[in-house]
Ligand binder design. Structure first.
Ligand SMILES: CC(C)(COP(=O)(O)OP(=O)(O)OC[C@H]1O[C@@H](n2cnc3c(N)ncnc32)[C@H](O)[C@@H]1OP(=O)(O)O)[C@@H](O)C(=O)NCCC(=O)NCCS
Length: 161
């Protein structure tokens, strides 16, 4: 079956990239190898996405966003680039390598999510997320460490269904 989506001919797409149905990728956007972009995702122009990153369905990524390698962005998460729209000035969100962004999180323009930082589902992130920390809530606050998150993931994976 033919996958219906729009990928600008001016986008640079790496090897083994999967872009699912009705996703959009704008011009001058660079996508690294082995990236997955889910259905209905909007990846605008002038965006950079590092290799191995997974972008789930319905995610919104505006111009100037910078996303590192092996990042996970959960369904319907929204990155923003204009704090006072529609202003004439935009600033992108930066998400560093290995970070996890939960479903329906919203991230303020100009914020950096540090390396291996975690943003909980539904969080509204108004300030930088320190590397290796988990933030939750509205507004998002540091709750615990990535080390603890990884330990919880292991317990979860090893528990009976
Ligand atoms: C952040 C997260 C990892 C926390 O999970 P957890 O550590 O198991 O947390 P718990 O469920 O034990 O809850 C601990 C406390 O945090 C609160 N909490 C949990 N998740 C929260 C969230 N997303 N926002 C606000 N508070 C949250 C709980 O209500 C609880 O509060 P309490 O102590 O006052 O009762 C998890 O909620 C999350 O967002 N995971 C990402 C899921 C996702 O987006 N997946 C996408 C793929 S489908």
């Amino acid at each position: 079956m033919k996958v219906m989506n729009f990928v600008s001919p001016e986008a640079k797409i790496g090897k083994n990239v999967k872009i699912w149905h009705f996703a959009y990728v704008g011009s001058n956007t660079t996508i690294g190898d082995n990236v997955k972009i889910g259905s209905l995702a909007h990846v605008d122009y002038n965006v950079q996405i590092g290799s191995g990153t997974m972008i789930e369905g319905g995610v919104y990524i505006p111009p100037l966003s910078r996303i590192g390698k092996n990042v996970f962005i959960g369904p319907a998460a929204v990155l923003t680039n204009d704090p006072y729209p529609p202003s004439k000035k935009m600033i992108g969100v930066t998400i560093e390598d290995g970070a996890v962004i939960g479903a329906r999180a919203v991230i303020k323009a100009g914020v950096t999510v540090g390396k291996r930082g975690v943003v909980a589902m539904g969080a509204v992130v108004t300030k930088d997320v320190p590397a290796g920390k988990v933030v939750m809530g509205v507004p998002a606050r540091v709750a615990y460490t990535r080390k603890e998150f990884d330990a919880k993931m292991k317990v979860w994976e090893n528990s009976r269904p």
